[in-house]
Design a protein around this ligand. Structure first.
Ligand code: GLN
Length: 242
């Protein structure tokens, strides 16, 4: 008997998965995040591609989004100029994994300090957290410190550049790393934020964590659709039927 499976005999659950990582490219350190995701795809062992995000349709096409460091007041203005505020909120509501680093972390918080108010910076408010801009002071513009991150076996090289600090969390927002009494990394659901710059460290473990979240939501999202529609073969964004 010939046991070779034909295309139609194969289980509909057999699929190859490809993650598309977006980096918000309005201002700031974009390139380094794209490289970190390429490294992260290899670490996780998943196919992936990266894209710079400047428009709502680009945002719609990605499975995860990184918001880079830079200058939060400028990023906030450009989000409005490019009509990205509502689309960002929609993707966040749908559970898309997000990573905010430095200025990106400031943007993700619900509350900021006096500087945020004074400059009219409009935060996205996806994290139950209060953040203090330039919290480590001018004399410490940039520095490197080794961090212990919750759930990570090995210490992480934390690169801080005019870094903010998270001064208060509530609700479901959980601190993941501390430095000198300040919270420097948090997670709330599928949103991760770091006061430091993992994209500059050559260590892609944090990016890999976001890629894993995306793999999970791409797979589970599709499974839900399959459960509702028996016999449906996955062909959606990010999943190619084989
Ligand atoms: N201090 C900057 C701000 O307030 C953030 C610095 C950074 O992203 N490296 O937006």
């Amino acid at each position: 008997m010939d046991n070779t499976l034909t295309e139609t005999d194969k289980s509909p659950w057999t699929f190859s998965l490809s993650v598309k990582a977006g980096v918000l490219a309005l201002q700031g350190a974009v390139e380094e995040h794209l490289d970190a995701f390429d490294l992260a795809f290899r670490m996780v062992g998943v196919e992936g591609s990266t894209v710079e995000v400047r428009t709502a349709s680009q945002l719609d096409s990605v499975d995860l989004l990184a918001m880079p460091g830079g200058e939060s007041t400028t990023i906030s203005r450009l989000i409005d100029k490019n009509s990205l505020r509502a689309p960002l909120r929609r993707r966040w509501n749908d559970g898309m994994p997000m990573l905010g680093t430095c200025a990106g972390a400031i943007m993700l918080a619900k509350e900021g300090d006096g500087q945020v108010t004074k400059t009219g910076t409009r935060l996205l408010g996806f994290l139950d957290a209060r953040i203090d801009r330039n919290a480590f002071g001018r004399q410490r513009e940039s520095f490197e410190r080794t961090l212990a991150i919750d759930g990570y076996d090995e210490p992480f090289p934390g690169i801080f550049i005019r870094a903010p600090a998270i001064v208060r969390v509530w609700g479901a927002c959980k601190p993941m790393a501390m430095l000198d009494g300040a919270i420097v990394m948090v997670r709330q659901g599928n949103v991760l934020a770091t006061a430091f710059h993992p994209e500059l460290s050559g260590d892609a473990r944090i990016h890999a964590e976001v890629v894993r979240m995306a793999v999970k939501s791409v797979v589970c999202g599709d499974m839900k659709r399959n459960a509702k529609q028996p016999g449906h073969r996955p062909a959606s964004k990010g999943i190619k039927g084989r």
